[in-house]
Design a protein around this ligand. Sequence first.
Ligand code: ADP
Ligand code: ADP
Length: 225
Amino acid sequence: PVTVSLKHVRKVFENGTTALENFSLDVRQGEFVSLLGPSGCGKSSALRIIAGLSEPSSGTVDWPMADAAGLQHELGFVFQEPTLMPWASVFSNVWLPLRAKGVSKSAACDRVMESLATVGLEDFAGHRPQELSGGMKMRVSIARALITRPKVLLMDEPFAALDEITRFKLNNDLLQLQERFGWTILFVTHSVFESVYLSSRVVVMAARPGRVIQDLAIEAPRPRQ
Ligand code: ADP
Ligand code: ADP
């Protein structure tokens, strides 16, 4: 089944920049799709439109399997900048999405610790983000995205700011987690390696205006244990 479907999406910003032109994409349940293309080709614009953070100028975005009310719980976002609250503990940062829904600290405790365990940070709940490495901050950011148990993950160059070894480790962890939870993932990257290594499908974009030029099925390699 199709999880999200974009048809003939066009995005023109107020200053006249056309970021997307005739952008169509169907993402099916359980797919790991990479959106690959050079800087400025419209990848983030497309992801923000899918996330509901930005409106298309024309064209449609449909979620055939979800009603509008249920969608919030189904989506997890991870951005390149972890955007963690530096003064708050790792625990409080991960708790935030549940706190926003009125879940108390004690009621959220099990879920927060589970989420931290999922990314291997259960021993760091009391630390502050500024005490952690870049890779660990990214793991906290992922744990926060997982706290609502989303079915769909939208990731915008999540590992771009990390060194290659950390990035490779996180790539492997992400593959294992996707296998375990069956997420549908849309992953924005400008790395050819990352797209081919991670995805079951690579959607290649070109710039000016942003559009899809190739849609390639990939047999993803399994991570090394
Ligand atoms: P990518 O994620 O592939 O780097 P973006 O989606 O960020 O590309 O940007 C696509 C194009 O839209 C670029 O030319 C960029 O400069 C432009 N753009 C992005 N956001 C805005 C904005 N808020 N206002 C005007 N132009 C924008
Ligand atoms: P339980 O119902 O006992 O939490 P699950 O098998 O559903 O058992 O979950 C086990 C672990 O997986 C927990 O750490 C939980 O937080 C996590 N988890 C479950 N579903 C998801 C999901 N869709 N996304 C992220 N983490 C999840």
